[in-house]
Design a protein around this ligand. Structure first.
Ligand code: GDP
Length: 460
C-alpha cells in the first residue's frame, strides 16, 4: 500500500496523568528511522533491522541522556492500525517522562500529531471505514456495557456492512437506468419498472428499520435522562439512594445552570440512567417542593424518562392528578411506594388513574427494584438488547444520512408514480447512494472527514 503521507507523526497516546504505563506512538514512512535516533539498545541493536510485530527492550535517550526505559513495539506497513510503519514506546507513565520522550522524537524529525490523526490515516489508507473510525472513539467514550458492545459491533463492520449492502442494491438500479438512458436502442426499462419499485421500497423499509434503532442507540450510548417526581415524602430521595446504592454513582455538576443542579449516573442492566436534578430531590426545603408539582413541571420538559413516586399510605389528591397530567405524554413509570405499610392507594386504583402498569415497591426496604429495572429495559429496548441480528444506529451523523437517503428514495417513488422521465429517478437514486456513502466514507467530502477526525482525542 502506498503511503498517502510523506511525514511521520508522533503523539502521547495514553492519558496525561501519572499512570502505570505511558505510550508514545509514531506513525509514518520514517517512523522506524526516527525511532532509532532516540532508541538505545543495550546490545546496540537497531529497530530498522527488526521484523514487524516484535518488541525490544532499551532506553529512550536524547543527547546521550536517558529519559526513560522503554519497550519498543514495532509494526511494519501495512500491518498496523494506520497502515503505516509504526513504533510504540511503552514507558513508565509519568507525565514529565512521556512529554520529554515526545519532545525528543519531535527533535529527531517527527511532527506532533493532530487530534485523531492516526485514525484519519487508518481511514485514508483504507484500513477502516468511517463508521469503524467512529466506533473506535465510541469505544473510548462508552459509558456502559451496551454502548461498548454496540461500538465493538460497529468496529467489526456491522453498520457499514448493512449500509453498503443497501447502497449496492440502489447503485445497481441506478446503473440500470443510466444504461437504458445511454443506449435506448439496446436497453429498455419496459417491464422492469415494477421490479425496480419493489427493490427501492424494500431498501427504504430496511433504512426505516435502522432509523427506528437510532432512539435505542442514543439511549444506549448517551444514557437515559431520568427524573424522579412525586409529592413530598413520597420517597423520591429514598428511591434515589436505593438506585445509587446499586452502583456507585458519578456525580457531575451540569455546567451553565444557575441552580444547584446535580446529575448522577447509574448503570442498571448495562443501561445508563442519568438522574437529573438530584440536588433538588435531596433539598426538600425548597418552597416550591412543598407540593411537588412545580418542580415536576420544570423537570419533565427535559426528561427521556420520568419515575413517578406515589406514597401508598396517603390518599391520592389533586397534586397527584396534576403530576399525572404533566407526565402523560412522556415515557414514565409509576411506582407505588411504601408497600411495607398498610396502604390506602391500591395498584388497581393507580393503574386506572395513570393508564399504565404500576410497580409496587418499598424504597426503604429495597423491594421491587428488579421489577423497576426490568420495566425500564422493556420500555427502551423493546424487551432486551440483542446484538446477534440487530444493528443499532448510535451516531447522529449516521442517523441524519439515513434520513436523507429515505427522503431521496421517497422522491424516486414519487417520480415513478408521477410518470416523470427516468433521469429524474436516477438523480434521486444517486442522491440516496450519496447519502449512504457518506456514512461509510465512500462519498464524504474532505472537509467533513477533517471535521469528524478533529473531534477525536489526541494520540488516537
Ligand atoms: P421525598 O420527600 O419524596 O424525597 O421522600 P423521602 O425519600 O425523603 O421519604 C420520606 C419519608 O418516607 C422518610 O422518612 C423515609 O424513610 C420514608 N420512606 C421512604 N420510602 C419508604 C418505604 O418504602 N417504606 C416506608 N415505610 N417508609 C418509606
Amino acid at each position: 500500500m502506498s503511503d498517502i503521507y510523506s511525514d511521520t507523526i508522533v503523539a502521547i497516546s495514553t492519558a496525561m496523568a501519572p499512570s502505570g504505563i505511558g505510550i508514545v506512538r509514531l506513525s509514518g514512512p520514517d517512523a522506524i528511522k526516527i525511532a532509532d535516533r532516540v532508541y538505545v539498545n543495550p546490545k546496540g541493536k537497531k529497530l530498522s533491522g527488526q521484523n514487524g510485530y516484535t518488541i525490544h527492550y532499551g532506553n529512550v535517550c536524547e543527547n546521550g541522556e536517558v529519559i526513560d526505559e522503554t519497550l519498543a513495539m514495532l509494526m511494519r506497513a501495512p500491518h498496523s492500525y494506520t497502515g503505516e510503519d509504526t513504533v510504540e514506546f511503552d514507558c513508565h507513565g509519568g507525565v514529565l517522562a512521556t512529554k520529554r520522550i515526545l519532545e525528543a522524537i519531535v527533535h529527531a524529525g517527527a511532527r506532533p500529531a493532530e487530534p485523531g490523526e492516526f485514525s484519519r490515516r487508518a481511514f485514508l489508507n483504507g484500513r477502516i471505514d468511517l463508521t469503524q473510525a467512529e466506533a473506535v472513539m465510541d469505544i473510548i467514550a462508552a459509558k456502559n456495557d451496551h454502548a461498548l458492545r454496540s461500538a465493538q459491533h460497529q468496529l467489526k463492520g456491522s453498520v457499514s456492512g448493512k449500509i453498503s449492502d443497501i447502497r449496492q442494491k440502489l447503485l445497481h438500479e441506478t446503473a440500470h437506468i443510466e444504461a437504458a438512458l445511454d443506449d435506448p436502442e439496446h436497453m429498455s426499462l419496459d417491464g422492469y419498472v415494477e421490479d425496480m419499485r419493489q427493490v427501492i421500497m424494500a431498501q427504504r423499509k430496511a433504512l426505516e428499520r435502522l432509523l427506528e434503532s437510532a432512539d435505542s442507540g442514543k439511549f444506549m450510548t448517551e444514557g437515559i435522562k431520568t427524573v424522579i417526581v412525586g409529592k413530598p415524602n413520597a420517597g423520591k430521595s429514598s428511591l434515589l439512594n436505593l438506585l445509587i446504592g446499586e452502583e456507585k454513582a458519578i456525580v457531575t455538576d451540569i455546567a451553565g445552570t444557575t441552580r444547584d443542579i446535580l446529575e448522577e449516573q447509574i448503570n442498571i442492566k448495562g443501561i445508563t440512567l442519568r438522574l437529573l436534578d438530584t440536588a433538588g430531590i435531596r433539598d426538600a426545603s425548597d418552597v416550591i417542593e412543598k407540593i411537588g408539582v412545580e418542580r415536576a413541571k420544570e423537570q419533565v420538559k427535559d426528561a427521556d424518562l420520568v419515575l413517578y413516586v406515589v406514597d401508598g399510605s396517603v390518599a391520592l389528591d389533586d397534586n397527584d392528578f396534576e403530576i399525572m397530567k404533566l407526565i402523560k405524554d412522556r415515557k414514565f413509570v409509576v411506582i407505588l411506594n411504601k408497600n411495607d405499610l398498610s396502604t390506602i392507594v391500591t395498584s388497581e386504583e393507580l393503574e386506572q388513574a395513570t393508564g399504565t402498569p404500576v410497580i409496587s415497591m418499598s424504597a426503604k426496604h429495597s423491594e421491587g427494584i428488579d421489577e423497576l429495572e426490568d420495566q425500564i429495559e422493556k420500555m427502551f429496548f423493546h424487551g432486551g438488547i440483542s446484538f446477534n441480528d440487530e444493528i443499532y444506529i448510535t451516531n447522529v451523523r449516521h442517523k441524519t444520512c439515513i434520513e436523507e437517503a429515505i427522503r431521496s428514495l421517497g422522491l424516486v417513488l414519487q417520480s415513478m408514480d408521477d410518470d416523470m422521465p427516468e433521469d429524474f429517478w436516477s438523480i434521486d437514486l444517486m442522491g440516496a447512494c450519496d447519502s449512504l456513502g457518506q456514512i461509510t466514507g465512500e462519498t464524504t467530502s474532505e472537509d467533513l472527514v477533517n471535521e469528524i477526525f478533529s473531534s477525536f482525542c489526541m494520540g488516537k
